[in-house]
Design a protein around this ligand. Structure first.
Ligand SMILES: [Zn+2]
Length: 117
């Protein structure tokens, strides 16, 4: 059996949120796991609810998982976010969602996605 390649669907602030999202994916028959940053999943429960965590799925489920979690985002907002600095409406690319921050093309401010949600 080949080793599964896990891909990060999203990054969350805290393991609890990551676990909630993972459960939502699992409920949709997508094998997902919540992982705490740099510690490894077996220690996730020991490290507590704080810190950066990740929701991961096998690579082949990545698009499906992203689509599913987007569907659950507030209606007609999808990938559109509002820059907190200049209030421009911006559409983020996947790499920007993955890295958790973006550079506003209008006001050139670096914005953390954690500050928006
Ligand atoms: Zn801006």
């Amino acid at each position: 059996m080949e080793e599964t390649l896990w891909a990060t669907v999203t990054e969350t602030n805290g393991f609890t949120v990551a676990e909630m999202l993972a459960q939502r994916l699992i409920a949709a028959d997508i094998p997902a796991q919540a992982v705490q940053e740099s510690i490894g999943q077996s220690f996730a429960f020991l490290s507590g609810p704080l810190g950066t965590a990740y929701v991961r799925v096998p690579e082949q489920f990545l698009d499906e998982a992203r689509a599913l979690l987007d569907v659950d985002a507030p209606a007609d907002e999808d990938d559109i976010i509002i820059c907190p600095n200049c209030e421009s409406e911006l559409e983020l690319d996947d790499p920007e969602w993955e890295q958790g921050w973006f550079l506003c093309p209008v006001c050139e401010t670096q914005v953390s996605l954690d500050d928006l949600f």
